[in-house]
Ligand binder design. Structure first.
Ligand SMILES: Cc1cc2nc3c(=O)[nH]c(=O)nc-3n(C[C@H](O)[C@H](O)[C@H](O)COP(=O)(O)OP(=O)(O)OC[C@H]3O[C@@H](n4cnc5c(N)ncnc54)[C@H](O)[C@@H]3O)c2cc1C
Length: 484
């Protein structure tokens, strides 16, 4: 009998499995797809020789995650391709804003708001790794309470309120609104200021990298390290019921709360299952990948220096677009997130050619084709872009959910992370990774601290499962057995 079965091999499934294996537990991962990685995958979606990241494309959270930083993944074939700038934010009729590692160089591009920008970010940079360790954690007493309290006072505000209070010009407001929009929340909601600050902070600590060879290289390196620790992986093993599981002491689900309920509902109290059913997943995304005849012809050529490009114009425009998506609408000019992998990793496309990657937020379950709107936003800041397209591949919300059942309604970050559901995910519980069944755990992005390739959900879920394993010595009955 295995100590632990982990269902799913996304970053959090691997984090849980690796932490358990590091503690000496025997662990087996069951992955539904034919390859490991979950959100970290790469495929030739358009033409031969063009390697596209199917889901995650840019990895500041992986290089800065307190858990990832403990892993010897370079020994397992992972290397990062780093750009000269993390984010470019083009604006109409003026140069783009560039978010660079240097706080002062970035501030220099913000005109009259340069000092206000430095004043906002500098306190976060005195011990950024300590602050990130507190932020990428479940609700607990922070290790740096004073710094967290200072961060939290401003971070709790809506991005619109905080940015309008701090800045006068449109450049600083726009670039931070683009960062806040990663929250996939209306920017008038509390906590979106924190998301803006966290993303900006990461850009001043690391240049947002892409994985050399594609995001799949991260999954492959994690698999290789896990197997070196003695772990086992079975791919092509979609779990539909507890009867599909080999015997084990504990089971960790790198799945949505909906799948946890579907698969393990029989061994969980009905009250807990109905709370899982009330979990909110939020808007989805519409994603496009292109094979391109050359780099994107940005009006401001410096935009090519950034791995990530935020397209949406001013704070007001971005806020309006994100609010519309929350009302169930498809804005004419959506906020578009572009990643330029092939600028920094030549393995992604044949010589002289490039890959293009972009998505916009859409209402949950949207069936609309947003190609014209997404390409329109790129064309707005890069006239002639459409002439460079050799082939395109589109994914609507249903395609994303088909790709990975965790993307419920096309939601890509494990569920809404608003004030209510940021810590209380999937439900309000002292140990959110545990369930009322002492042998069943959730370890996916639907637990704190939520979406992104950082592995922290899996790391904390493993700590919870390890505490239980200590008490479960000796033989235990199969989990599928009816409870007495
Ligand atoms: C389009 C897109 C763009 C993104 N961009 C970024 C980005 O640039 N940077 C970033 O940090 N994050 C990004 N993300 C988010 C990131 O990919 C996710 O937050 C992260 O992968 C979540 O990790 P996870 O381990 O919780 O789940 P997942 O990565 O979703 O992995 C879950 C795994 O479990 C498997 N599984 C599910 N159900 C079962 C079952 N019943 N039986 C067996 N196996 C099962 C799935 O096949 C999958 O492999 C993006 C996501 C998408 C979709």
């Amino acid at each position: 009998m295995e100590d632990a079965i982990v269902i799913g091999s996304g970053p959090n499934g691997f984090a849980a499995a690796i932490e358990l294996a590091r503690a000496g537990a025997s662990v087996r991962i069951l992955e539904g797809r034919d390859e490991v990685g979950g959100g970290m995958r790469t495929a030739e979606l358009t033409l031969p020789g063009f390697a596209h990241d199917v889901c995650s494309g840019c990895h500041p959270m992986a290089v800065l995650s307190p858990w990832f930083r403990t892993l010897p993944l370079d020994r397992h074939g992972l290397s990062w391709a780093r750009p000269p700038a993390s984010v470019a934010h083009p604006l109409d009729e003026e140069p783009a804003v560039l978010l660079r590692r240097s706080l002062h160089e970035t501030a220099d591009g913000l005109g009259d708001d340069a000092r206000a920008y430095v004043k906002l970010l500098r306190p976060c940079l005195s011990d950024p790794h300590g602050l990130l360790a507190d932020l990428l954690a479940p609700l607990r007493i922070p290790k740096h309470p004073v710094r967290m309290a200072r961060f939290g006072l401003l971070g709790l505000l809506p991005a619109t309120t905080a940015l309008r209070a701090r800045f006068r010009g449109r450049r600083a407001k726009a670039v931070l609104a683009g960062c806040a929009a990663h929250s996939i929340l209306p920017l008038e909601r509390p906590l979106t200021a924190a998301v803006a600050m966290i993303f900006a902070l990461t850009a001043h600590v690391e240049d947002w990298p892409v994985a050399a060879g594609g995001s799949r290289a991260i999954g492959r390196a994690l698999a290789s390290y896990f197997q070196e620790l003695g772990g086992h992986i079975e791919t092509g093993r979609r779990v539909r019921s507890l009867g599909d599981l080999p015997p084990s002491r504990v089971v960790l689900f790198d799945t949505s709360p909906a799948q946890l309920a579907e698969i393990a509902g029989g061994v969980l109290p009905a009250s807990y299952v109905s709370r899982l059913a009330r979990y909110r997943y939020g808007p989805g995304v519409f994603k496009l990948d292109w094979a391109l005849d050359g780099p994107i012809p940005w009006r401001d050529p410096r935009v090519l220096e950034a791995s990530t490009v935020h397209l949406g114009g001013t704070l007001e425009e971005i806020a309006a677009a994100e609010a519309a998506v929350w009302r169930g609408e498809h804005p004419e000019r959506p906020f578009v997130l572009v990643v330029q992998q092939s600028q920094f990793d030549p393995t992604r496309a044949p010589a002289g050619k490039h890959t293009g990657y972009a998505y916009c937020h859409v209402p949950a379950g949207s069936t609309l084709d947003r190609t014209a709107a997404v390409e329109g936003q790129i064309e707005r800041f890069a006239p002639g872009f459409r002439d460079r397209i050799l082939a395109r591949h589109a994914m609507r919300t249903a395609d994303l959910q088909e790709e990975n059942p965790n993307y419920v309604g096309g939601a890509i970050t494990g569920g809404v992370a608003d004030l209510m559901q940021f810590f209380a995910r999937p439900v309000a519980r002292l140990d959110p990774y545990s369930t009322p069944n002492p042998r069943v755990f959730l370890c996916s992005a639907s637990t704190p601290p939520g979406g992104g390739v950082h592995g922290m959900c899996g790391y904390f879920a493993a700590q919870s499962a390890l505490r239980r394993l200590v008490r479960l010595r000796g033989a235990v009955p199969p989990l599928a057995a009816p409870r007495s």
